[in-house]
Design a protein around this ligand. Structure first.
Ligand SMILES: [Zn+2]
Length: 493
């Protein structure tokens, strides 16, 4: 049974032993599920699917499939299909076995030993499994197989893999999921709760019409509608999570990706959802917030809790005011409320540092490296526009009643387009992130002279071109001047 001429071929989906490169003429696929409660029959379908894929990848012809369902290997009951497969192996009608996991074949050591001696007798060593590295053609493989059979130690791990698989199947079948009742639906997560659905439609329409999240949240709170978790007050983030969810457009997600239609009725259309997402994307781009009168607005973070600092003016007396950056803990801000820094010295420090950084070799080299790797921006933009149009057309075909394409067709067409858009956006972001920078590099000293004459927008653009953000560490209470160690900048590269 020693096997120094054995070749082991590996792949992403499985492992297999080829003895002396012998060609497999007719493989057997074996699948089994130990109990068929709660529709685990699907599990067999999945096992077979993966085994067939492995056979195809190996270029093995599949002679037959052998499926035992709902029979536990522990029970000692006969497994008719397993026995039929053994007979076919014995007769030479099959010369290889593909199985999802070795535990589908045997669970008790004596069964494995019988199988091994049969394999030895007929010279069949090709056992391919989708999940594990088993090699019955040499001593190491046999040892591993025996360990597999002797211990059910890996059982819990396999159970969890089966659980994940089941979760995916349930997602693909469009079944509802999640621990909580979704807003807009009853406890069965399928039946629409009219009162809440009406609220969702209003929120969506008003958002698309341009109303702010703050205003919508205030309105929702005025209706005295509790959240699904029973909270009396809504926050903008909770409202956003409801109206951005794919579910209210009748779509099922799995691990954050839309996998197809759900079995529940949609509250809004797919197009409306696209419009909602577009609104949020727009706002993120334009950064609609309080007007930026402070140089470092949005660029400082609290060293205690990492929350962005807000600008604030403290009036010490009618004609003396102090500008500050503060960690707020008000509603919707979520800061710790325990950090304050006087604005001017931080602004001066980071401004001067930015000038120095603009004139540094380090920044110039990083920039030149990126320009070399720079894809054609205009080209990328055009591709994104075309792909976005294609996505809209697809969504329309899918959303039409009756549907003009199936969910599977829609997904098959959509996925590569979305991947392309993502890649293009990433490439653009990588460059656009610093496009302002190309005009500024090497001009630190000039900008320092011009600074007093520059408008706040221009000043902010200069700082933002060089600085990602700076974290402000807690200071010593009562300290009169800024301790420069409190300012920890993260520069762009
Ligand atoms: Zn804080």
């Amino acid at each position: 049974m020693a096997s120094n001429q054995n070749q082991r071929a590996r792949s992403a989906t499985g492992n297999v032993l080829r003895v002396g490169g012998r060609k497999v003429r007719s493989a057997a696929i074996y699948a089994r599920i130990s109990s068929d409660v709660s529709g685990e029959k699907l599990g067999v379908a999945r096992q077979l699917e993966d085994c067939r894929k492995l056979a195809e990848e190996r270029g093995w012809h599949v002679g037959d499939e052998y499926v035992d369902n709902d029979i536990s290997a522990y029970s000692g009951k006969p497994r008719p299909e397993y026995l039929r497969m053994l007979a076919d192996l014995e007769s030479g009608a099959r010369d290889a076995v593909i199985v999802y996991n070795l535990d589908r074949l045997h669970r008790i050591p004596s069964e494995l030993e019988d199988f091994i001696s049969l394999c030895d007798r007929v010279g069949m060593h090709e056992v391919a499994t989708v999940t594990a590295d088993i090699d019955l053609g040499n001593d190491d493989g046999l040892f591993m197989a025996r360990i597999f059979a002797a211990f059910a130690a890996k059982e819990s791990g396999r159970k969890s893999a089966r659980g994940k698989r089941k979760a995916r199947q349930s997602a693909e079948a469009g079944l509802p999921h999640g621990p909580n009742r979704p807003f807009g639906y009853e406890d069965d997560k399928v039946t629409i709760r009219d009162s809440e659905a009406e609220i969702i439609r209003q929120l969506v329409n008003r958002l698309i019409a341009g109303e702010s999240m703050r205003s919508l949240t205030t309105w929702l709170n005025s209706t005295d509608t509790p959240t699904v978790l029973g909270a009396a007050r809504w926050r903008t983030t909770t409202v956003k999570s409801v109206i951005c969810s794919a579910r209210i457009a009748g779509l099922r997600t799995h691990n954050g990706e839309i996998v197809g239609p759900g079995i529940w009725e949609p509250i809004i259309t797919v197009e409306q959802r696209e419009q909602v997402l577009a609104r949020f994307a727009e706002r993120a781009r334009s950064g609609r917030r309080a007007p930026r009168t402070y140089l470092l607005s949005g660029l400082l973070r609290c060293g205690r809790c990492d929350t962005p600092l807000m600008s604030s003016t403290k009036h010490k007396s009618p004609d003396k005011k102090v500008r500050r950056y503060i960690c707020f803990n008000g509603p919707d801000r979520g800061g710790c409320g325990r950090l304050t820094v006087v604005a001017e010295p931080v602004e001066d420090l980071l401004r001067d540092s930015a000038f120095i950084r603009l004139d540094s070799d380090e920044l110039r080299q990083a920039w030149e490296g990126r320009v070399k790797a720079n894809p054609d921006l205009a080209q990328l933009n055009q591709e994104i526009e075309e792909d976005t149009r294609a996505l809209t057309e697809l969504a329309e075909l899918y959303a039409a009643r009756p549907r003009r394409i199936t969910a599977a067709e829609w997904m098959a067409a959509r996925d590569p387009i979305e991947a392309r858009i993502r890649d293009a956006r990433r490439a653009i972001a990588h460059v656009a992130d610093s496009t302002g920078l190309s005009d500024l590099i090497g001009k630190g000293e000039i900008l320092r002279e011009q600074w007093p004459d520059l408008l706040i927008d221009r000043r902010q653009a200069i700082i933002k071109a060089t600085l990602r953000y700076a974290t402000i560490a807690p200071g010593t209470p009562g300290a009169r001047s800024l301790d420069i160690n409190r300012v920890q900048p993260l520069w762009r590269e």
